[in-house]
Design a protein around this ligand. Structure first.
Ligand SMILES: Cc1ncc(COP(=O)(O)O)c(C=O)c1O
Length: 375
């Protein structure tokens, strides 16, 4: 019903993904995590409706917004959220930074599990906190957590906070209930609060089920959610921060008011409400399309020396290219294909690239063809 094969020219001068690179006119960008698909028609219609009014005054999300958010989480994850447990912010990374600032003090240790989305590290170090990095290990073809080592490091460094990525970017893990329970248990035991970044939670593949950390860790966590990855509205910058821990919410809210970056803009409210109200059928088709693109990549890479990690969620594929030097740079220079460099994701990412498969299949086919020609 939805046309994910359609090619849309999004080549505006302010577009990050399609940013011009000198001397390259035929770039295929499969790097930054947004999609080359148009948002659901209801989202576009709602944004057009708001835009065509012509008045863009201050706005604040009302009950209809909260109802849409609450209903989304109830329907998708059987997660009961109340309006008083939601803080709206213009971005998940901003929320991570706020959480680091209000829940830890300078020089406190914050744990992340690398490789992981690069800004996690920045939010810790940039705020004058110390990093404790737990390396994810590759076992059974995907990332797993060395729980014993994780606990040891937490104790050794007196870690105060864990920034957790679920589903995991770049590995595409949709963590199981057992894994979530184990991590939540260790954190509870040692007084480590959990900031759970669940921006990719709607993007689960092959029937994998995402479980919100809040359903496991309760008051000992805050969950960062957003409609932005799911519905390709990242440029609109909207996030919902959810916790049953009133004290923590209060602190984050105060930090947001102090800095002045709080709430959602008019477009963020309109797009989020429309997406969560009408977007489910579009999302179901999108996920099938992404599964098809992952299958194509899997098939095409099977006879190469590139080793793909099977994603259980997200539209991002983590690929081991250790038999090639500077592979991302080579792809850009020789194939005009831009991928994410593994080093962006920290320790353990050095010999990897991340490929974003959320593009029309014909574009992905061409990107793969060019990649294979470089091999
Ligand atoms: C795990 C993760 N968190 C956060 C973000 C960005 O969130 P925001 O744009 O809301 O700051 C991304 C974007 O790729 C991401 O992958």
């Amino acid at each position: 019903m939805y046309d994910f094969d359609a090619i849309t020219d999004r080549n505006t001068p302010d577009d990050i993904k399609y940013e011009k690179i000198n001397g390259i006119d035929d770039l295929i960008p499969v790097w930054v995590a947004d999609m080359d698909f148009k948002s659901p028609p209801e989202v576009i219609d709602e944004l057009v409706r708001v835009a065509s009014n012509g008045i863009y005054g201050y706005s604040e999300a009302d009950k209809s917004y909260d109802d849409a958010v609450i209903n989304w989480f109830k329907t998708r994850f059987d997660w009961n959220v109340e309006a008083s447990q939601i803080i709206k912010l213009p971005g998940v990374v901003l929320a991570i930074s706020y959480a680091v600032r209000v829940l830890t003090s300078e020089n406190d240790h914050v744990m992340i599990l690398e490789p992981v989305y690069g800004p996690f590290r920045r939010c810790v170090e940039g705020n004058g906190r110390k990093l404790t990095v737990e390396p994810l290990k590759i076992a059974n073809g995907h990332f797993e957590i060395d729980l014993e080592d994780m606990e040891k490091k937490i104790v050794e460094d007196d870690v105060k906070l864990l920034i957790w990525c679920s589903p995991h970017n770049p590995g595409g893990r949709v963590w199981t209930e057992d894994e979530l329970r184990a991590v939540a248990g260790i954190c509870k035991k040692h007084g480590v609060f959990i900031v759970s970044d669940e921006i990719h939670s709607d993007l689960t593949l092959y029937g994998n089920r995402h479980i919100p950390m809040a359903k496991i860790a309760g008051d000992n966590c805050v969950v960062l959610t957003a409609p932005t990855k799911t519905f390709n509205i990242a440029g609109i910058q909207a996030a919902n921060i959810i916790s049953t821990n009133k004290e923590v919410l209060k602190k984050i809210d105060k930090e947001a008011l102090t800095t002045g970056a709080f709430g959602l803009n008019k477009m963020g409210i309109a797009a989020t409400r429309a997406a969560y109200t009408y977007g489910a059928p579009w999302l179901e088709e999108l996920l099938k399309y992404i599964e098809g693109n992952v299958a194509l990549l899997r098939e095409e890479l099977k006879d190469t020396d590139l080793v793909m990690m099977e994603p259980e969620g997200t539209y991002l594929v983590w690929i081991d290219c250790s038999s090639h030097n500077n592979f991302a740079m080579k792809l850009l220079k020789d194939a005009h294909v831009r991928v994410s460099e593994g080093s962006f994701f920290g320790m353990g990412g050095e010999n990897f690239i991340r490929v974003n498969v959320a593009c029309p299949r014909s574009v992905l086919k061409e990107a793969i063809k060019r990649m294979k020609a470089v091999l």
